[in-house]
Design a protein around this ligand. Sequence first.
Ligand SMILES: [Zn+2]
Length: 328
Amino acid sequence: MKTGNRVANTGSNSRNIIDHIISNTTTIEYMKLKEIKSFLEGMAPLAVQESWDNSGLQIGCSDKDIHKVMVCLDLTEAVLDEAEAIGADLVISHHPLIFKGLKSISGSTYQERCVRKAILSDIAVYSAHTSLDNILGGVNHKIASLLGLSSLRWLDSGESAEGCDEKCGGAAEKSCGEGTEGKCGGATTEKCGGADAVARASGSGLIGELKEPVAAAEFLRTVKTIFSVKALKHSPLSSTTTIRSIALCGGAGAFLLPQAVAKGADCFISGEFHYHDYFDPGTLLIELGHYESEQFTQDLLKESLERAFPELEIVKTSVNTNPQEWLI
Ligand SMILES: [Zn+2]
């Protein structure tokens, strides 16, 4: 890790003054934004994010000095207020602040106000969204570890990695446009050349096993406790008595329901399903809520950054950014 020493420049050549400066030098540990960005993108490569996503550096110049980092699930005005109050100069969110193109920054939406505030407060913003979902040790592995699952396999193993090897051979760019667009997108040469081991180890959702089968009703109560869910939504238990094989996907995972059913999962845990998914779903649906399913992503980011930059202060926001509430 690189750190920097900054010494105030008095412009004086006096020996006494120099001695005084040296003896009173305050060492300020900092990283360049580009070094943190490089670490994040080594861990969660942008090439593995979904084609519709916008993970990556959102606000900030890569040469900016970073002294303190705040991590959060969602970037809101309250999170930025907190970051400014504690002197954080980089906020790393899971959900991208800038998702679709902004046509103005007039302050009419919370995204626009956040962009304006971050720039005025000189706070850089980085988002690691599906780039962090789709990697080994990412968001879904964090959820699997909380549930104590083993024998983890991808629900969708990433057409891009396996599919492209078969399809592309030595003609990656031409073949990968067909049928693998979602994952390969604009990263065909990098992902299909067969050399990107990280991309090969990427996929969507996971399926794994409990050590022992558990009664379905008991499992629901356990899940409710682990994820601090106020009211756990699930499909009828009628056809599921015990749970052992568990499919999961943090956030909005309904798109992986066919894969969960095809792989024989006893249940599928996700942050969100659609109403119509509940009709004859083919497995027990367990809906945590989006925030609840991904809340531990903040720990994942914090722990990873602390290992990489032990001298840099990394804090989790104290703001609960869940925009959904329940009347129980
Ligand atoms: Zn999410």
